[in-house]
Design a binder for this molecule. Structure first.
Ligand code: DOR
Ligand code: ZN
Ligand code: ZN
Length: 435
């Protein structure tokens, strides 16, 4: 099976390629990137006027299976990923039961194999039940395919437990992905602490609730030598802490979400529960610092933190709604607007944050179009526009604050292991029929 992607602007930051050329795929593998490749015996994908990139990787999503299938399943979540231009997702372990042992990791991998339409890389828990007390079966999960460990949704509040987790994870060269939140400082909070929270009468979560934990984890990474990845960085202070850690040469990386780049605490003014997220939407100054962090390389990658909830769970008073925003089907055009159109990043720099960077952090043999690699490819149309309609999402989660927004630069094809799984925003027929 040969597939020739013809005449697109091929952007592969790992190889320093940004030019109009062709890509040839054979039996699921990239075989050639170059001009005027013969189309003999190949199916041709006309890509002129489009951007042809390595398959995008979202290293922070919540697929909710097992146990929370009313919110999302591996089938629906991976379809949402394909529709959004992602060829790979790494899924967080806050399922029911928590993915804190080999059996759950194996279940996720098997289910992804059977019903998923993109690559799924499981992340195991740091502690049993993500309770922050006893270490999970870290080695066992590593040997069954976990690519990182995280108690995302919860912090590991006990510093001694985190130190032991780091000592352990280091033996397997597994990164620890840390949800940084001091639960005492954040207690009772529903949004960012500041003038807006006072005016709205909602209890605030101070920036310090995140920053003290970022600082602690950086200090523990220095002590243990473990790879540390900071989840959903949301404050200027956190960006600065990561910047200093990198300057010092510590093995620290960081991610940011589209919602923390495109919205501020002002979005909470209508008390719309779809704006409730953890960490909360912050100030304009924080957003500026996050962009600066992306620009100077302090922040390595962009992730959605796709966190679906049911309509019923979200349709309650602000204070009672669960935290989370769905992101897979809006992320790429949102950040194209906020970062590329607004001149923060070049297209190649943006592509890097979705490909070679997350691949490097998780140790995946992906994120580039180097011949010999699996043919995961994302194709974007800079000129395509669409108005967001949550009812047309493949995701079961409709909790998006972007409903009704007009977005530009849409993913128009997702190719996974040489198979075209999405074109023009719709799953291809063979993929629709997988379950
Ligand atoms: O907003 C959030 N939702 N933040 C988290 O850390 C967890 C996530 C979820 O699982 O819903
Ligand atoms: Zn989190
Ligand atoms: Zn998360």
């Amino acid at each position: 099976m040969k597939l020739l992607i013809k005449g697109g602007r091929v952007i592969d930051p790992a190889q320093g390629i940004d030019e109009i050329t062709d890509v040839l795929v054979e039996n699921g593998i990239i075989v050639q990137v170059g001009a005027d490749i013969s189309s003999e015996g190949a199916e041709v994908f006309q890509a002129s006027g489009k951007l042809v990139c390595p398959g995008f990787i979202d290293m922070h999503v919540h697929l909710r299976e097992p146990g929370l299938e009313a919110k999302e399943t591996i089938a629906t979540g991976t379809r949402a990923a394909a529709a959004g231009g992602f060829a790979s997702v790494a899924c967080m372990p806050n399922t029911l039961p928590v993915a804190d042992n080999r059996a759950v990791i194996n279940f996720i991998r098997n289910q992804a194999q059977a019903e998923g339409v993109v690559n799924v890389w499981p992340i195991g828990a740091i502690t049993k039940g993500s309770q922050g007390k006893e270490l999970a079966e870290i080695g066992d999960m590593f040997y069954s395919g976990a690519k990182a460990i995280s108690d995302d949704g919860h912090p590991v509040m006990n510093g001694e437990v985190m130190r032991c987790a780091m000592d352990y994870a280091k033996m397997f060269d597994l990164p620890i992905i840390s949800h940084c939140e001091d639960l005492n400082l954040a207690a009772g909070g529903n949004m960012n602490e500041g003038l807006t929270s006072v005016v709205l009468g909602l209890q605030g979560i101070p920036a310090a609730a995140e920053e003290v934990m970022v600082a602690r984890d950086i200090i523990l990474a220095r002590l243990t030598g473990c790879k540390l990845h900071i989840c959903h960085v949301s404050t200027a202070g956190s960006v600065e802490l990561v910047r200093q850690a990198k300057k010092e040469g510590l093995p620290v990386t960081a991610e940011v979400t589209p919602h923390h780049l495109t919205l501020t605490e002002k979005a909470v003014e209508g008390y719309d529960p779809s704006t409730k997220v953890n960490p909360p939407l912050r100030s304009l100054e924080d957003v500026a610092a996050l962009k600066k962090g992306l620009q100077d390389g302090t922040i390595d990658c962009i992730v959605t933190d796709h966190a679906p909830h049911t309509v019923e769970e979200k349709a309650v008073e602000y204070g009672h709604a669960p935290c989370g925003i769905v992101g897979l089907e809006t992320a790429v055009p949102l950040v194209w607007q906020a970062l590329v159109i607004e001149g923060v990043l070049t297209p190649a720099q943006l592509v890097e944050k979705f490909t070679v960077k997350p691949a490097g952090i998780l140790g995946l043999d992906r994120g580039t179009l180097i011949p010999g690699k699996p043919a995961d490819i994302t194709i974007l149309d800079e000129t395509a526009e669409e108005t967001v309609d949550v009812n047309s999402f493949y995701s079961k989660g409709k909790n998006s604050p972007y409903h009704g927004w007009k977005l530009k630069c849409l993913p128009v094809a997702t190719i996974v292991g040489g198979k075209v799984v999405m074109t023009d925003g719709k799953l291809t027929k063979s993929m629709e029929e997988r379950i």
